[in-house]
Write a protein that binds this ligand. Structure first.
Ligand SMILES: [Fe+2]
Ligand SMILES: [Fe+2]
Length: 183
């Protein structure tokens, strides 16, 4: 299995980029590989989709406060975040409404095309997160004394870490098993 994504880049910019304790859940008893495909789908839906929706909701509230504050340099970053949030929300909705029911039913071997689309969307989202990460890093040094940008940077780091683990689980564990027709 591929190594888990390295998110340490976020912490290279000093305390403002420190990761919060809100890290993706680890399976303490059984790893995802030991779960049935149906269990894995539930794990992803509950521990990643729902958590990321909450993280993005909270971040959107903080971003709104940033837009109305004296941090104009963050405004375009707020817009860039909104693009990621909208795309990720639509992506997860497609998985839950269309792809996951097929996979749970053991028909993932018939879902090559939608799985390919999901993998392409993952790559696009990760690219956008890379760009967001760089923009936060560039803004960070000028904002370390400001609490709100620091909070937003920390929350973005949490979301980034979560999404990378989420994508890893789908691309490298769930989808290969689904394509073999496991349920
Ligand atoms: Fe997902
Ligand atoms: Fe996905």
């Amino acid at each position: 299995m591929r190594e888990k994504p390295n998110c340490d880049k976020w912490s290279q910019g000093g305390p403002i980029f420190a990761l919060s304790r809100d890290v993706p859940p680890e399976e303490t008893h059984r790893g995802p590989e030991a779960m049935s495909v149906a269990e894995l789908v539930d794990h992803i839906r509950i521990d990643f989709h729902l958590v990321e929706l909450e993280l993005m909701k909270s971040l959107a509230t903080s971003m709104d406060r940033l837009r109305g504050s004296s941090h104009p340099a963050w405004t375009s970053l707020c817009d860039a975040f909104q693009v990621v949030a909208d795309e990720l929300t639509a992506h997860m909705e497609k998985e839950e409404k269309v792809l996951f029911p097929w996979i749970r039913a053991g028909r993932g071997d018939l879902a090559h095309a939608p799985i390919r689309v999901m993998v392409l969307e993952h790559a696009e989202t990760l690219g956008r997160l890379d760009a967001l990460r760089e923009r936060v890093r560039a803004l960070g040094s000028a904002s370390e004394a400001d609490r709100l940008p620091a909070e937003v940077a920390s929350a973005l780091a949490s979301l980034d870490r979560h999404v990378r683990e989420h994508v890893h689980l789908e691309n490298d564990v769930l989808f290969p098993r689904a394509l073999r027709g496991e349920s």
